[in-house]
Ligand binder design. Structure first.
Ligand code: BGC
Length: 725
C-alpha cells in the first residue's frame, strides 16, 4: 500500500512537472486517488475546516484548499474560526480598482492584465481560489454591491469577465465567479425568492456567468444566497445541475456563498460541491468549530451510511475538487506569484485612469492646468477617505492607498491646495451605520469659507463603503447623496460658481445640483493608485476614455426595476418578481423612451471624435454568417485620446418582446490628435438570437434588423438595416 501511494504521488508530480498531464491521464489519476480514500475523508473535503479553507487528506498528502476574497485584491488573513483579522504583517497587497471601474474601460486587454496581476498576488499569498470576479447584473442603483460587479449589460460583462478569469488562472489560482445567480440586491439576500422569466434569466442574468464558464473556463463558481423559484441558489437543481453542469459542461467546483447551504439532501443532489461558512445549523447562531455540523459534513456522511444518499454523489464532488487541485495547488508547473510590485501598481493605475468617466465638462472645466498658480479648494470627505476599507468581504489591507488629495498635492506643485471636509460620515462597520463624530454645521461653514475665494472648487463626494452605502449586507436607503452633500453642493455653488465634482461611488446617484456644477467625473473606487489616477485625468496627463457601464436615471422611478413598485424591488421579504423582464438598464430607457441623466456607454473626452464611414460588409446574411462592421474614427481635437465605438442591434417587428437595441460589439480605438484610424468588428449572426421559452433554446428570427453604431447608447451616428435569411 505504502509503495502504491508513493508511486501515485511520484506519478502526479512528474506528470505535472513535465507539463504532460493530459486530461485523460489526470482523470484516471483522480479516480485512483478517490479509490484510496475513505468515505470520511471524501466527505471532509466537501466542507470548510476554517473560515477560508477546506481540508485535504493528510494521510495521502492531498493538500488543503485556501481561498480568499476577491475580487479587487487579495483580502488580509482572517482568523481560523471567527471574522477577526489574524494580524499577520505580511498580508498587505495592491488594491485594484473596483470592477465597475474595470468595466468602464471597455478594454478587455486591460481586464486580462488586471486578472494576471491579481492572480499573481493571490498565488504569492498561497491562495488556491480567489473569490471573484462578480458578474451580477446591475438592476437597481440601490444594490449595495454593484461596485463589485461589471454593470448592466450582459455583453459588456461577458467580454470583460473572460480575460480576467484567464489572467487569474494562468497563475494556478482558480477564479470563483460569483454570485450565481440573481443576487441583484443585498436586502433579504439570504432568503428572497426571485421570480424571473426564462427569457430574462438567459438573456440578461446568465450570459456573463456562461461566458465565464464556457469561454473563460472558470474552475470554480460561487452560489448566491437568495432563492430562485423556491430553491436556494447554492443547491438549485435548475441552475446548478441542469444549466451549469449539464448545458454548459462545467467541470469545476461549486462553492457556497458563506452560509448559503440550507439542506443536506439538496446540497448533496443539486450540484453543490464545497460548503463554506455555515453557522452551526445554517439557520441560527455561530458555534466554535462547528464544521462537523455542516450540511455537507456529518449529516451528509450519515445519510450516505444509511443508504439514503448514494456514495456516487460524494465521489463526483471529490472528483471536481481534486480536478481543481490539479489545476492549482497540485500543479507543480504553476508560477511563483508576486505582490506589491511596480508592474501591479502600473496595472492598477491604468485601469483606474481608463475607467474614470467624464460626464459633464461645461466650459472645459477639466482639465485643470497643473502649471498655474491656482488656489484650489478641495472639499469633501472622499478626498481623504480610505475606500479600500469597508464594503464587506471585498475590504482590503492595501499596502498603501493614495488619496485624491495626496494625488493632487503631488501633481499640482504650483497650486495652493486647501482641503476642507465639508461633510462627514462615521467609520465603516459591517452591518451598522455609525454616526459621524463631527458637527455638520461647523464642517459646512469651514468648507464654504475655504471655497469662497478659491480659483477652483473641486468637490470629492459620492458614497462610501459604509453600511447602507456601497456595502455588502444592505442596500442604499436613498438614491440621493447621503450626509447632506446635496445641500452642501448647492451652497458651494452659491459662493463659488467655478465648481466641479468627482463622484466616488460604485452606483448611480441623483444629481439635483447638476445645473450648478461645471464638471462631473465618475471616479469609482480606484484602489491603491486612486489619487494618482484621478490627478492624471484631472490634470490632463491622461485623456479620459471611460464609458458608463450602467445608466444613470434622473429619478429612481425611471429605473426599470423600480417602476413596477415594491414587488419588483425589493419584494415583500419573501418573494420578488423581476417585472421589467428583459428591459434592464438602457434596454428600458431606450424602449420606453425614458431619458436617463447619463446613458449607458456615455463618456466624454478632452478631445472630439467623429465616427464616420460606417458600413457593413453586406446587407444580407445567413444564420451562420458574421456581420462585419467597419468605421473610421477621426480625432478632430488637439489631444490624443481613445474612443469606444459601440454597435447595438435591434429587431423591429419581432414575434417576441424586444428591447429597442442591445449591445453586440464594441471597439476601443486610440487616435492621435488630428489623425484618423479605421477599425472593424464582427458580430456572429447567432448572437442576434433571443431565448425561446417554448423550445428552451436560442432562436434567430429571420427578417430585417437595424444596427445602431455610435459612441454611447444614446449617441448613434448611423443606423444600418440588414436582412437575415
Ligand atoms: C460574500 C461573498 C464572499 C464571502 C466570503 C459572503 O458574505 O457574499 O462574496 O466571498 O462572504 O467572505
Amino acid at each position: 500500500m505504502k509503495f502504491v501511494l508513493y508511486s501515485l504521488v511520484m506519478v502526479f508530480s512528474c506528470l505535472s512537472a513535465l507539463g504532460q498531464s493530459t486530461e485523460t491521464a489526470r482523470e484516471s489519476q483522480i479516480d485512483s486517488l478517490i479509490a484510496l480514500m475513505t468515505l470520511e475523508e471524501k466527505v471532509a473535503m466537501c466542507h470548510a475546516q476554517s473560515k477560508f479553507s477546506s481540508p485535504g487528506v493528510p494521510r495521502l498528502g492531498i493538500p488543503e484548499i485556501w481561498m480568499s476574497d476577491g475580487p479587487h485584491g487579495v483580502r488580509a488573513e482572517i482568523n481560523w474560526d471567527n471574522w477577526g483579522y489574524a494580524g499577520w504583517t505580511n498580508d498587505s497587497i495592491t488594491a485594484f480598482p473596483a470592477l465597475t471601474a474595470l468595466a468602464s474601460t471597455f478594454n478587455p486587454e486591460l481586464s486580462a492584465a488586471y486578472g494576471v496581476a491579481v492572480g499573481e498576488e493571490a498565488r504569492y499569498r498561497k491562495k488556491d481560489i480567489l473569490l471573484g470576479p462578480g458578474v451580477n447584473i446591475y438592476r437597481t442603483p440601490l444594490n449595495g454591491r454593484n461596485f463589485e460587479y461589471m454593470g448592466e449589460d450582459p455583453y459588456l460583462a461577458s467580454q470583460m469577465v473572460v480575460p480576467y478569469i484567464q489572467g487569474v488562472q494562468q497563475n494556478g489560482v482558480a477564479a470563483c465567479v460569483k454570485h450565481y445567480a440573481l443576487n441583484n440586491q443585498e436586502l433579504w439576500r439570504g432568503h428572497i425568492n426571485v421570480h424571473v422569466s426564462d427569457r430574462a434569466l438567459h438573456e440578461i442574468y446568465l450570459p456573463a456567468f456562461k461566458a465565464a464558464v464556457v469561454e473563460g473556463e472558470a474552475w470554480s463558481i460561487m452560489g448566491a444566497y437568495n432563492q430562485f423559484r423556491g430553491q436556494h441558489c447554492c443547491h438549485n437543481e435548475l441552475l446548478l445541475n441542469d444549466i451549469l453542469k449539464t448545458d454548459w459542461g462545467f467541470d469545476g467546483v461549486v462553492v457556497t456563498d458563506w452560509g448559503g447551504a440550507h439542506d443536506t439532501k439538496q446540497a448533496a443532489e443539486y450540484g453543490l460541491d464545497i460548503e463554506m461558512g455555515t453557522w452551526t445549523n445554517g439557520l441560527t447562531a455561530s458555534k466554535a468549530l462547528a464544521y462537523d455540523n455542516y450540511f455537507l459534513a456529518s449529516p451528509f456522511l450519515n445519510q450516505i451510511k444509511a443508504g439514503d444518499l448514494s456514495e456516487d454523489l460524494v465521489d463526483d464532488k471529490v472528483r471536481r475538487i481534486l480536478r481543481l487541485m490539479y489545476r492549482t495547488s497540485m500543479d507543480a508547473t504553476k508560477p511563483l506569484g508576486r505582490v506589491n510590485n511596480a508592474a501591479h501598481h502600473a496595472v492598477a493605475r491604468q485601469v483606474a485612469t481608463e475607467g474614470i468617466v467624464l460626464l459633464k465638462n461645461e466650459g472645459d472645466f477639466f482639465p485643470i492646468d497643473p502649471n498655474q498658480k491656482l488656489k484650489i479648494a478641495v472639499i469633501g470627505e472622499n478626498a481623504t477617505r480610505q475606500m479600500t476599507l469597508g464594503g464587506g468581504s471585498s475590504e482590503l489591507k492595501a499596502q498603501f492607498e493614495i488619496s485624491p488629495l495626496q494625488g493632487l498635492r503631488e501633481r499640482y506643485r504650483e497650486a495652493e491646495i486647501v482641503h476642507s471636509m465639508g461633510y462627514a460620515s462615521g467609520a465603516p462597520a459591517y452591518g451598522r451605520a455609525l454616526p459621524s463624530p463631527y458637527d455638520a454645521d461647523s464642517l459646512k461653514a469651514a468648507a464654504l469659507a475655504v471655497a469662497k475665494d478659491a480659483d477652483v472648487v473641486l468637490f470629492f463626494g459620492g458614497l462610501n463603503k459604509n453600511h447602507y452605502q456601497d456595502c455588502e449586507g444592505g442596500d442604499r436607503l436613498q438614491y440621493g447623496l447621503p450626509f447632506g452633500q446635496d445641500e452642501l453642493l448647492h451652497e458651494l455653488a452659491a459662493v463659488n460658481a467655478n465648481l466641479g465634482l468627482v463622484l466616488i461611488s460604485g452606483n448611480a446617484v441623483a444629481m439635483p445640483w447638476l445645473p450648478k456644477v461645471k464638471g462631473v467625473m465618475q471616479g469609482w473606487y480606484l484602489g491603491s493608485m486612486a489619487g494618482y489616477a484621478l490627478a492624471d485625468v484631472i490634470s490632463g496627463d491622461v485623456n479620459p476614455s471611460g464609458k458608463m457601464p450602467f445608466s444613470i436615471p434622473k429619478e429612481l422611478k425611471d429605473n426599470a426595476a423600480h417602476s413596477f413598485g415594491e414587488m419588483s424591488y425589493p419584494g415583500d421579504s419573501i418573494d420578488q418578481y423581476y417585472k421589467e423582464d428583459i428591459l434592464v438598464g438602457y434596454r428600458w430607457h431606450d424602449t420606453k423612451k425614458v431619458t436617463p441623466q447619463y446613458a449607458f456607454g456615455y463618456g466624454l473626452s478632452y478631445t472630439d471624435f467623429a465616427v464616420s464611414a460606417i458600413t457593413t460588409d453586406r446587407t444580407k446574411y445567413s444564420l451562420t454568417d458574421e456581420i462585419t462592421v467597419s468605421y473610421a474614427v477621426a480625432n478632430t481635437g488637439k489631444t490624443a485620446g481613445a474612443e469606444v465605438v459601440q454597435v447595438y442591434v435591434g429587431k423591429p417587428k419581432s414575434k417576441v418582446n424586444r428591447a429597442k437595441k442591445e449591445l453586440k460589439g464594441f471597439d476601443k480605438i486610440t487616435v492621435e490628435a488630428g489623425q484618423s484610424a479605421t477599425g472593424s468588428l464582427t458580430i456572429p449572426v447567432s448572437d442576434l438570437a433571443y431565448y425561446d421559452e417554448k423550445s428552451s433554446d436560442w432562436k434567430v428570427e429571420s427578417g430585417s434588423y437595424v444596427l445602431y453604431i455610435g459612441n454611447a447608447s444614446d449617441q448613434i451616428q448611423r443606423e444600418i438595416k440588414v436582412q437575415i435569411k
